[in-house]
Design a protein around this ligand. Sequence first.
Ligand SMILES: *Cc1c(COP(=O)(O)O)cnc(C)c1O
Length: 401
Amino acid sequence: MSTEIKVPFTRPSINEEEEKAVLEVIRSGWLTTGKVTLAFEKEFSDFMNSGLKEKNVMSLAVNSNTSGMILAMHACGVKPGTAVITTPYTFVSTAACAKHLGADVIFCDIEKDSYNIDPDKIQKILEENEKSRKYNIKAIVPVHIAGTLCNMKRILELAKKYNLRVIEDAAHSFPSLTESGYAGTLGDCGVFSFYATKPLTTGEGGMVCTKDPELLRTMQIMRLHGMDRTTWDRYTSPKASWQYDIVAPGYKFNLPDILSAIGRVQLKKTEEFYQKRKHICDIYNREFSKIDFVEIPPDTEGNAWHLYLLRLKLDKLKINRDDFSKQLQENGIGVSMHFIPLFHFSYWQSLDSSFTKDNYPNAEDHFIRTITLPLWPDMSDEMAYETIEAVKKIGKENYAG
Ligand SMILES: *Cc1c(COP(=O)(O)O)cnc(C)c1O
């Protein structure tokens, strides 16, 4: 049976403005990283700094969140013989980046009532490690799932006490403004994703933010082959373009101007996109809080409302999450699941026999009852109500009381 999708799960909000900006770059004769990317970085920093008293955030454009995380971890000293602490309830790249650098990953369960890493459990890991000296832990890597902020106050306190770096995976939290500034500027480094489904998109892309000039310099060099000069600088400075030194075995992680052009236009629409997503979430929250077989998502200071994660109360239903999800799709509602915890993947299981769902009960509990509903800026109210009606209908037909 083929069902027509009436409410797509997500759609990018891109129009003639982005098209025009890309065309300008294509016609300019300079396609790779150059002045448009420099302007994008500057504008991104200005945006991040608008939430701060000290305007000291600096940004580095990269070709994905994944490559940005590798740069940030590298700059923070993550390497063979070290370890990072992160959550199993994330997209796999968060943990894989530490592996790419030869480091170990210590997984820490999420909080019972949020999607995010539990500071009490981080503390327990750090206290135990202080006795056993098993790992040389370098960094805590919190992920602000769905746009909800991790308990950064506690995480930063722990990092200070144990002399650790904090690298925020801010792929979901743009824009997430808190009392201390935007998420992604609260730790040593914060990394955003501009992947097609993210709150700001360039198709593929990302941005690393830091307030530390030394970290920035290392990441800048590692972003482009370990060169001490950028390509733009080499072709525009009076110094001959072939002169450069290689100071490290670097990567190729730069963001081309064609994509930065899209990003600059998208950045201007941040508040509009945020308000539109929030509007849809307000409708969802209002209607779903009237239903007894679902739980509305937790909210936090500065929630970016990137994803709407609906939790089923399985004891009130005769069907499980997979069947509920399938029936939503059969009703024309595009759904997804964030995330399959990493202990369900064979590679990550193969590294550690204790990496099982029983040892991460909160991540597992969240996983087995969560469905991600359609949410995107240009989604109509009618589509939100259509989704709500489908949830109500399926719940009613499969109600266990
Ligand atoms: C999308 C995502 C990433 C990866 O982003 P890319 O830009 O595709 O590399 C990392 N972490 C989380 C939590 C994500 O959702």
